[in-house]
Ligand binder design. Structure first.
Ligand SMILES: C[S@@+](CC[C@H](N)C(=O)[O-])C[C@H]1O[C@@H](n2cnc3c(N)ncnc32)[C@H](O)[C@@H]1O
Length: 210
């Protein structure tokens, strides 16, 4: 399953990337700088969107098939001005000291991790005080009850097909529950995507300064 998912991931998302995702990735990453951690980096779809101000990038990906593609993408994207380090760490147990990173990134990952609350607690731990979390996630519909009912119905099959992806997570609320302050937030429908993954939220959340 992992190999098929890794092989199919980029082709499956291509039309969505062109329609909106690539632009959204650029937007949430645009203001980041310094030492950045990306969790669940997949095939490395974000790598080409990081601004020059990001000087060191740690990309974590526990799935071996995805990580092979990520390593290739990281080799191609490493420059004299930017180091990219690939880690196999799951986001629920990050092998980094507290207060290490200036920013963290999660795009289309909090739908899939086994333990979103533990993941967000780990992100909060490794961020320096005042550090930012850039997020872009598909979520449970909170404006359309019939879509939410469909998301609930489809979720068991989708979870099996899409490597553990859940459709009914309230990720914005989980970010707030983890102690972050949401500084910027956009809700939008993901164009050229299956209807059950269209509701999204993206933005910037900040860890308290002290
Ligand atoms: C839908 S893909 C998103 C990939 C990439 N972030 C993107 O924006 O295209 C979800 C990724 O989360 C990874 N993942 C699953 N469980 C994880 C965990 N516990 N910790 C970190 N990453 C995880 C998967 O292996 C997969 O690469």
């Amino acid at each position: 399953m992992g190999l098929l998912f890794a092989l199919g991931y980029d082709p499956f998302l291509r039309r969505t990337e062109e329609a909106c995702l690539a632009e959204w990735r650029r937007e949430v990453l645009a203001d980041l700088s310094g030492d950045v951690l990306e969790i669940g980096a997949g095939t490395g779809a974000n790598l080409r969107h990081y601004p020059d101000a990001v000087t060191r990038l740690t990309v974590s990906e526990p799935d071996a098939h995805m990580r092979r593609r990520l390593e290739e993408a990281a080799r191609a994207a490493t420059t004299p001005a930017r180091t990219i380090v690939v880690s196999d760490a799951p986001s629920e147990a990050l092998p980094f000291e507290a207060a290490t990173f200036d920013a963290a990134v999660s795009t289309l990952v909090l739908c899939t991790v086994a333990h979103p609350d533990r993941t967000l607690a780990e992100i909060a731990r490794v961020l320096r005080p005042g550090g930012r979390l850039a997020f872009l996630e598909h979520v449970a519909s909170d404006t359309d009850p019939s879509r939410l009912a469909w998301q609930r119905r489809i979720e068991p099959v989708w979870k099996w097909l899409a490597d553990g992806c859940r459709l009914t997570r309230h990720t914005r609320e989980a970010i707030v529950r983890a102690g972050f302050t949401i500084e910027r937030e956009v809700r939008a429908s993901m164009r050229k995507a299956p209807p059950w993954v269209r509701p999204t939220v993206r933005g910037i959340a900040r860890k308290a300064s002290a």
